[in-house]
Design a protein. Structure first.
Length: 313
């Protein structure tokens, strides 16, 4: 093969490699994939939501954006942060809705994935279009032998005007309508079974129990035993059957505070690519304070005991 042909082949290979790196990463990214993407001209912004752990070592260039910035008050942690407050946060972080963003949590437990999924859902609902989660979090990055930095990043502020797209949001009014039979959706309780059965309750909930008619599909089903990286959803039909979906029903994922439910929302909407999947952000903490009908609600004595058995889900 002459040198001209070799040159053409090398150029084509380089172009294909560049194109592959520039392509959207998709909802989930592995540590090696993220490392490769960070070497490209269209490198994503890495949003580290771990909080204090950021100072101990993070992916070089990552911005620190603690999970609390995306959460509501103590009495209703799942409440959506007001849009003007989100806008201020995004501006201070130097975010731009058109740029690719990869969200990183610690990845020490499977429940931490819910934090990344909740931030992903929040960003998507406020106009961000190229979003990914580092599967397995910072732990996966370290396990891959990739370098970390202790140098904090000073973001360049931006000026934004964002709005909230409620395509992926179910509010208390909508959920109440489903419970009362005037609305139509499949309610999916993403909590472990003890919460669904009313044996446990979040400390901020008015009482234990679940939404009448809800299907219990714990978020843990998307993880292999002991794993902190979510599994790929390869059989959407099997998942639809497990949830009792027969057509194109709307699905509402809920938990205690919209944390575990964000994992289910992510798996159903972003991985299985089911249509009309919504997250109920306030979930049972918010709903339980409305006085609305509940299922699996225990008696007074059991309810008092449950005040000492809280969870952040």
């Amino acid at each position: 093969m002459n040198t001209r042909i070799l040159g053409i082949a090398a150029t084509a290979t380089a172009l294909m490699t560049s194109s592959a790196l520039a392509a959207p990463l998709g909802p989930l990214v592995t540590a090696p994939e993220l490392d490769a993407a960070l070497q490209s001209d269209d490198a994503p912004l890495v949003l580290d939501i771990r909080g204090e752990a950021y100072e101990e070592g993070h992916i070089e260039g990552a911005l620190s954006a603690p999970y609390g910035l995306f959460r509501g008050p103590a009495d209703n942690p799942g409440q959506i942060v007001p849009v003007d407050q989100l806008e201020t946060t995004y501006e201070s972080l130097g975010l731009e809705p058109g740029e690719p963003v990869v969200i990183v949590t610690q990845g020490a437990t499977d429940t931490e994935f819910g934090a990344a999924a909740r931030v992903y859902w929040t960003l998507k609902s406020s106009g961000f279009t190229e979003l990914s989660i580092l599967n397995g979090g910072a732990q996966a990055w370290a396990n891959a032998g990739l370098p970390v930095s202790t140098e904090a990043v000073d973001p360049q502020p931006t000026e934004l005007s964002i709005s909230w797209d409620d395509t992926w949001t179910a509010d208390t009014e909508e959920v109440t309508a489903v419970v009362e039979g005037t609305g139509d959706a499949v309610l999916v309780d993403s909590r472990p079974e003890d919460f669904f059965l009313g044996k446990k309750a979040h400390g901020a909930a008015e009482k234990p129990g679940t939404l009448p008619g809800a299907v219990n599909y714990p978020y843990t089903r998307f993880f292999q035993s002991g794993a902190t990286a979510i599994g790929q959803v390869t059989d959407a039909t099997e998942l639809r059957d497990a949830l009792g979906l027969s057509g194109e029903e709307e699905v509402v994922s809920f938990c205690n505070t919209g944390h575990w439910a964000a994992t289910n929302w992510f798996a159903l909407s972003e991985l299985a690519q089911l249509e009309d999947v919504k997250l109920y952000p306030g979930s049972m903490v918010e709903y339980s304070k409305t006085g609305g009908e509940m299922a699996n609600a225990p008696g007074l004595i059991r309810n008092l005991l449950n005040q000492f058995m809280g969870s952040n889900g």
